[in-house]
Design a protein around this ligand. Structure first.
Ligand code: GDP
Length: 311
């Protein structure tokens, strides 16, 4: 990528989009274009068309999505399906119609079947039924992957797709109802410590296993793939190691300094039993993550204390 190329980051206010803008500007890319929702509603096709016609970005990174944790996904399948398909269709189509030379579509590890082999290779896509708690989001993301692959096959577009594992980092959603597990447990452990509580409530059984990647590592992987990868075949992005939810809760309590007990709310779903990506493909291409998990949690907690904790 040329440092002066016009790069549109769709979704720059989110966890991933903010990390991408930090990384791109830090790397010296001088023409990063962004629009917040008040300026451009990505769900409005006419507005997205007008934006692309006027700006004609050369590179597009699709990091815009309605996202949420297990409860939000499970409670609002209509919104997750409709909005994600609308915005990705508008952006991918607009990029192609206005001559973008490359597009990176960001998917998710939940696109893979509930009982995929572990670690999950890219070839597991569409080999079995999905996890019901996030099926709507997964179906939308699969449609986005397939649309990029269709543009590549039918029109020769250089539209690539990366599948990140569970992400965390600064600017995450720390709301206890709609967030993912890591920011939720950070907030819960912080509040439990502040109140001197005896226990911290964790959802589910603690048995499910998840893999976590710091969002700054994902941003680095995105720039790497934009520069080095030109195939419509999807690529997993993860750290290659997983941890049980119980171990995660214990680690977070340790980082934060909460010494009470864990209590399990088994009325909440466990979701998919295990989600660990096979990252041998991106390793073979020459990229590896670099932020150690404990350090990443500590850095995220610092950000939370400054920006999202109640006074
Ligand atoms: P998932 O990876 O799509 O299942 O999404 P989440 O990050 O929301 O949940 C991962 C796992 O953590 C599930 O088994 C949840 O039940 C469990 N979990 C434990 N405590 C919490 C919590 O406070 N919030 C959330 N979102 N998940 C939790």
């Amino acid at each position: 990528m040329q440092k002066s190329e016009k790069i549109f980051v769709a979704g720059h206010r989110g966890l991933v989009g903010r990390a991408l803008v930090r990384r791109l500007t830090g790397d010296g890319f001088s023409n990063v274009v962004t629009r917040d929702r008040a300026q451009l509603d990505l769900a409005e096709q006419a507005a997205v068309d007008a934006f692309f016609t006027q700006e004609k970005p050369e590179v597009v990174i699709f990091a815009a999505a309605r996202v949420g944790g297990i409860k939000a996904n499970n409670d609002s399948p209509v919104e997750f399906l409709l909005e994600n398909i609308q915005i990705q269709n508008n952006v991918i189509r607009g990029a192609h119609q206005n001559g973008a030379r490359k597009l990176l579509f960001l998917g998710s590890s939940c696109i893979y079947p509930k009982h995929a082999p572990q670690p999950i290779p890219e070839s597991a896509l569409l080999t079995g039924p999905l996890e019901p708690t996030n099926e709507a989001y997964a179906i939308a993301k699969i449609a986005g992957i397939k649309l990029c692959q269709a543009y590549a096959r039918e029109y020769g577009a250089n539209f690539i797709s990366a599948m990140p594992t569970n992400l965390y980092g600064p600017n995450d959603n720390f709301d206890l109802v709609s967030s993912h597990v890591l920011p939720a447990l950070l907030r819960k452990a912080h509040e439990a410590k502040k109140k001197g509580a005896r226990e911290l409530v964790v959802w589910g059984s603690g048995q499910p296993r998840r893999e976590f990647l710091h969002v700054d590592d994902l941003a680095a992987a995105c720039v790497f793939l934009l520069e080095k990868y030109d195939s419509p075949e999807i690529v997993n992005v993860g750290c290659g190691e997983d941890i049980s939810i119980r171990e995660l809760a214990e680690l977070i309590c340790d980082v934060i300094g909460f010494a009470g007990e864990l209590a399990w709310d088994t009325t909440k779903p466990d979701g998919t039993p295990r989600k660990l990506l096979d990252v041998s493909k991106i390793h073979a291409l020459g990229w590896r993550h670099s932020i150690p998990f404990r350090e990443g949690i500590a850095r995220t907690y610092e950000w939370f204390l400054k920006n999202a904790a109640q006074p």
